[in-house]
Write a protein that binds this ligand. Structure first.
Ligand code: DI6
Ligand code: FE
Length: 392
């Protein structure tokens, strides 16, 4: 028997839920006889209902605070200069290593709760601020525990190859060996990562070094994704495609050949307009080329303390429209179907179709543009997570 039936949605569709799954979705006029005996009926009075939103790229577990660096950037320092002077990612690494697990969890819960308030029901969380065995494992354990405190599903990604840590300064290859031979196998043995990522960038790792990390992930049966061509064209898109990555993320400086390779590999392009905005990078990713080649585009917050202190996915959608030129429909697909695909969850999340997880948002809106247009006030009316209404 159906547990819940939403009627009167903006599109004139009805949506039935049984247990934690969508049981039926279609025009109200076509409802089958089961509808007569549903446990709860929920008329939504013309409101828009979307899949629960998916933030498919975040670094929301971290210690410390980088607001002072942001002020230095306001005064003219560049992200690369700050990183070269020992700030940037390394500053967060020091603070994260020093933070007790309870503090890491408390900060992550706060940020994930803010995302959830904006309609997010699935969030990806990366490691990468530990860069030693203990802290990488601790970050991933905190990420796994998040779902006990915030009503979201969490997908974890191991980002050991984020930047070379101070112990390996001057010898990034030795650090890559350590990641491949020690940290990644330990992470996999504990089942702490759903995927493996790397930062392919002049200030982090070369394509050759990342290639080794992604190959090690494949040997352990883990899917891969990649921070590619964010600040410079380092051949990241082509590298991601060669490894059949779930996603290639950022892509502001990706080459046409890189985009074509992503299309051929079926890799999702994850656009992160918060980072471009905060860094003041005027270069938009090659959205026209992505469209032309048929590369699916996702949109995410990249929530992190350095380049994207952003805890609203609807605001990321707004920036994707205004700064990168996406349409509202593209932005919505970017946080639902395409974001699911970027996490290997196609068909499971991000769609309203029989068999999919019953994660739904009822909006105080009739049209998607009303979600995206507001800055800082997501018009969430109610959220249903795995079949259970949370609010409203
Ligand atoms: N790309 C980013 O934008 C973040 N990490 C990455 O690989 C920045 C992380 C930070 O500055 O702390
Ligand atoms: Fe990132």
């Amino acid at each position: 028997m159906w547990d819940l039936l939403l009627t009167g949605t903006a599109g004139g569709r009805a949506i039935a839920v049984e247990g934690d799954r969508i049981a039926w979705a279609g025009p109200e006029a076509a409802l089958p006889p089961e509808a007569a005996s549903v446990r709860h009926r929920w008329p939504v009075h013309g409101r828009l209902v979307t899949p629960g939103l998916i933030d498919c790229h975040t670094h929301l577990v971290f210690g410390g605070d980088r607001s002072a660096e942001w002020e230095q950037r306001l005064a003219g320092a560049s992200y690369e200069e700050i990183a070269a002077a020992g700030g940037g990612i390394r500053a967060t690494v020091a603070a994260t290593r020093a933070a007790p697990e309870a503090d890491l969890l408390a900060g992550a819960v706060q940020r994930a709760s803010a995302l959830a308030a904006g309609g997010v029901t699935t969030v990806e969380v990366k490691s990468g601020y530990g860069l030693d065995l203990d802290t990488e494992l601790r970050m991933l354990r905190v990420a796994r525990r998040l779902a006990d405190h915030v009503p979201v599903d969490v997908v974890t990604t191991f980002l050991g190859a984020h930047t070379p840590p101070p112990e390996f300064a001057g010898d990034p290859d030795a650090y890559v060996d350590f990641v491949c031979d020690e940290v990644l196998p330990a992470v996999a043995a504990e089942g702490l990562a759903d995927a493996v990522d790397g930062f392919c960038e002049a200030i982090a790792f070369s394509a050759e070094q990342i290639d080794r990390v992604l190959a090690a992930a494949a040997r352990l049966g883990l899917p891969v994704k990649l921070h590619a061509d964010q600040l410079t064209d380092g051949g990241g898109a082509a590298l991601a495609a060669r490894h059949r990555a779930l996603s290639a993320d950022h892509l502001e400086h990706a080459s046409p050949a890189g985009i074509a390779a992503l299309a051929a590999a079926g890799t999702v392009a994850v656009l992160l307009p918060g980072a471009a905005y905060v860094l003041g990078d005027e270069t938009a990713p090659p959205v026209d080329a992505l469209r032309r080649e048929g590369v699916p585009m996702a949109v995410a917050t990249d929530c992190n303390p350095g380049t994207s202190p952003l805890v609203s996915l609807p605001l990321a959608m707004h920036l994707a429209c205004t700064r990168f030129g996406l349409s509202v429909d593209e932005a919505l697909a970017g946080v639902t179907t395409n974001a699911a695909r970027a996490l290997g969850l196609a068909g499971e999340a991000g769609v309203i179709a029989p068999g999919a997880r019953a994660d739904l948002v009822v909006w105080d809106a009739e049209r998607p543009a009303q979600i995206v247009y507001w800055l800082g006030a997501a018009p969430v009316h109610a959220v249903i997570r795995r079949g259970r209404p949370l609010t409203g």
